[in-house]
Design a protein. Sequence first.
Length: 314
Amino acid sequence: MNLVGRHLIDPSNFSLEEIDHILTIARDMEKNTRKYSEVCKGKILATCFYEPSTRTRLSFESAMLRLGGSVLGFSDAANSSASKGESVSDTVRVMDAYSDIVVMRHNREGAPKLASQYSSVPIINGGDGGHQHPTQTLTDLLTIKNLKGEIKDLKVALCGDLKYGRTVHSLLKTLARYENMSFYLVSPEALKIPSYIKEYVVSNYNVEIIETDNLDEAISKVDVLYMTRIQRERFFNEEDYVKLKDSYILTKNKIQPAKEDMLIMHPLPRVNEIYCDVDDDKRAVYFYQAKCGVYVRMSLMANLLGVLDDVDCK
Ligand code: NCD
């Protein structure tokens, strides 16, 4: 397994074996966190965030600190030289000298990919516009693996803003690669999954996809319900957002017909698409999911930095 020095821009950059390897080590990191507490000593993570973030940036920071490394970076384009007109490619060329690995979030689709073409250190895409979010997908996979045992034979509903939601783009592309998976894509007509993603999945993998605007139809049938926020910041006008913002609201009542062991997931932040009365339900796993994000990012960075040779990871 050679992940050393690689970039992670799109989930398809890694094979399923490589993803499973990252998940396996993440599970050991969760159980035996102290064993890894110095593996990144002397290493520096740069967090280049041109867009707001709570979980992604802070879980990357927490992950690097738990591995014994250090962190520097910016959390707002206004605090960086981007506000003076500097290009992503120039910024990243100097990041090489300041750090050993970079995570970048950008409002422009493709910015982390461009950065990877100018960087000699690994670039991780922390979310690029309405495009992809591969490390959220690793987080989601670890959550499912930990709670379901295996990632296969699952019916999954992805619900909400499937047009602009980068988490669901990456998740659908990746889950489709596992054995015997089927999907309900639940969204209003105006927020359907982009056809380039649907066509990619359908033409490459043998999966069943049902597109519907009816959440009730899916809720009793699925093993995983993945809710998402309507992505206000990607709309061209506020009026369209207001029309669609309350499309799906999950309540205690609404999940009555669901399977006993259905997982209710959400990448967070939520606005009002899951009522707080759902939080106490044992099927609601979104806060646990956020915790998985730390271990999977520890594993990802340790693998890309090649610091695990002397550690017994099993
Ligand atoms: C998501 C994102 O930034 O795409 N958040 C996250 O990283 N956990 C989801 C969202 O903002 O809706």
